[in-house]
Write a protein of this length. Sequence first.
Length: 214
Amino acid sequence: MTKSDFRAYCLDQIKNANVSTKNYRDERVRMSLAKVLKKLGAKRILAFWPMGFEADIRKTITASRMQSEVYLPFMDGVSFKMVPFRYPLERKAFGIYEPRDSYRKYNLIDVAIVPVVGVDGSLRRIGFGKGMYDRFFPTLKSKPFTIFIQSCACQTTQKVCDDYDVQGDLLITSHGVQSMRNTNVERTTRRGRSRSHQRVSRIFNFKKDYRRTF
């Protein structure tokens, strides 16, 4: 199986997901995300404004502005840059809503909330094939704690991604919160295990690995 094959499969899963349960599924994702963000206590967050088929996390992201600096992607050529989340949002290419441009450069965040289509066996992201997040992450001063948001759970045990594809720390779906490190692969700092990962690991009983072999 290739990455393109897996992406096509996951997109088909999203397309055929039960529309009548979407609000319920989105609410479960929002609640889990809010709980994680509260425990992480992040001061600087990169989020995304969802398209119709993605998990609707707008309420959680909007509420996060009360305690944190929240940024959204602003498309810039083949990649994007971060700009502060502020209204009004304008609809741009691919139907994505963005804040107005900012001439100040931002490249430091504590948490990145990233939409995913699928996740492979190396815990890396399958997106829409544009490569924008893969180009953006190397521009940051340090790797943030990365939370994957998935509208419909779609994973594989096979390793189909490339080394440059973004790797996550947590995956949130309507099934709950799953450690993307299986609690054995730990993010480390100069003083040892990442404090963020430590806090989240103590709080959540992670779901068992429900990845499917394709």
